[in-house]
Design a protein around this ligand. Sequence first.
Ligand code: IVH
Length: 665
Amino acid sequence: MNVKQRIEELHRLLHEHSHRYYVLDDPSISDGEYDTLFRELLELEKEHPELVTADSPTARVGGPPLDKFSQVEHRVPMLSLENAFNNDDLFDFETKLMRFLNTATPLTYVAEPKLDGLAVELVYEQGILVQGSTRGDGKTGEDISAQLRTVQAIPLRLTGTSPQLLEVRGEVFMAQKGFQRLNEVQLEQGKQPFANPRNAAAGSLRQLDPTITASRPLDFFAYGLSAPEETGCTRHYDVLQYLGELGLPINDLTKQCETIADVIIAFQELGDLRHELPYEIDGMVVKVDTLAIQERLGNKARAPRWAIACKFPATQATTTLINVEFQVGRTGAVTPVAILEPVTVGGVTVSRATLHNQDEIERKGLHYGDTVLIQRAGDVIPEIVKPIEEQRDSSAQPVLIPVVCPVCDHPLEKPAGEAVTRCNNPHCPAQRLRTLIHFTSKAGLDIEGLGKKCIEQLFAEGIVKDIPDIFTLDRNQLSELDGWGKKSADNVIEAVKGRKNPPLGRLLAALGIRFIGEVTAALLEQHYPTFDKLIGASREDLLEVDGIGEQVANSIVEYFGDERVVAMVTQLRESGVEPKVLLQNAETQPLSDQIVLFTGSLSQLSRSEAKKLVKENGGQIATSVTKKTTIVVAGDKAGSKLKKAMEMKKTVMSETEFLHLINKA
Ligand code: IVH
């Protein structure tokens, strides 16, 4: 099999497995096996950049950052929906439709959950995703193709025989779990958390840097086409099934309704189910099923006549703020949590609510004992909207963030300009426990059998105090613990053993170093083939890596410069923990060990093409002339950087010479 064929085979395999995983929820290979195939493809594409195609699964990691979003005209306008709020509105909807059609025959409908996210259009040509855009004003949206390609649920290539052109419409959204994790990370990094999953989804898609979008847990459901009649289907419901057959995720709570009464029942049922769903919905969309009737009904100015959105009533309630607990996270961030008099909101009993941070408490002006209005926007964790000040007791005390850590009594700090209050005591037991939980969790080394509960138990028993203790667990000691047996002890010990040689990026993400999430960790892994190279990297070294900024560089240097970390790394190695070394074919590449700087304006390449070429040929990019820079490519009007390069006796070459060097002239 030649390289091209192998790449095609890898495309096919990766598309199939990602479809099974993200759309069918039925994986047939492990994450590790998937990673291996993915890495093989990355390597082959690196060696053969001419074989990279738009639908390559590697597009999922996100391409180079954009300068701005360009505009996209929708061939068929993307409309909005009118709202219904109760059963009467739904009966009215049908009455008006029948009047408009001048018929006495009631209609049939499709009822779909109304996802609370962002409407997007995906354009497939010959089955390949060629463009993705936002709705914008309905006529013109923004081109977010690179961002949408990173959303795993969106197929880059359709399955089966696909038409020439297909314009799919659907909703990009963020599920609850991912939203909560993202907000935890935001808080840990001193950034404002997102108010709700909708904002988080919108904010993630509107990133000019698609690698940021790639790091966000976005999801997608298709709900229609710009021109459904072109499919040959006669009903909207069949269109949805057809989209499903093409590999697009469609919502399985969609119902065909014979009458408007069935629609009302479906609305009731969906409302009951709403809070058990893993994602937020804010209502149900009702669509006339027969496409020919949709066509006859047509559109009003901004919304089709044939569809309506039934909105759920807001779920709010009042209760009493009994207390505020201050929880200490992995990085020492202190998060206030409101303890409430239990109350039922939207069918769920609520006794806790997030308060985000000190600024939020001050903005709301909360006092202990306040009667508060709380709201559950489908959130698992509800929030306090406001205190009812008229009902406040005159002796009520304001809620204040403590001055010392509630766990270890270390003085707390709140750096100017940051939203987060932090305990900076590295020995704080709360932080140690959180670090351990993160280390073994899915976001870390993903050690089976060592979930949150287990780690809490092992920490409380004093068996695991620090990360290295995980690798020296004793079978007999474990099996005697409450709730454990020989079998579970063996399983955990086996699972730990299986994680002793993780990819470097994985280990870095697991250690929970500030500002080092999965994406940054993967970037570091690419540039530092061994653990020692990374540990020894200076701030300047790190800053040479494209995509690594001051914050990350400082954080790494500080982390590995800490003698406790040095001791921990030694201990880990003594227990046989050693990250896998990435397959290196750097020696054979024209720019291996070269750090290249471009200055002045280039005439044959764009800056991003030039940077891409450097990376593809095994080199690294510099943004200023330093000791490390080895080659300076000078274009027209090169100025101070060129001068400095000459002074420092660097190899200076023209754009054409550079292209010759990498055999691209
Ligand atoms: S149909 C012409 N179906 O709701 C029909 N929209 O208020 C237009 N939405 O912008 C949309 N789930 O973002 C449709 N199953 C669904 C939907 C849905 C969510 C959103 C969509 C649209 C907004 C309209």
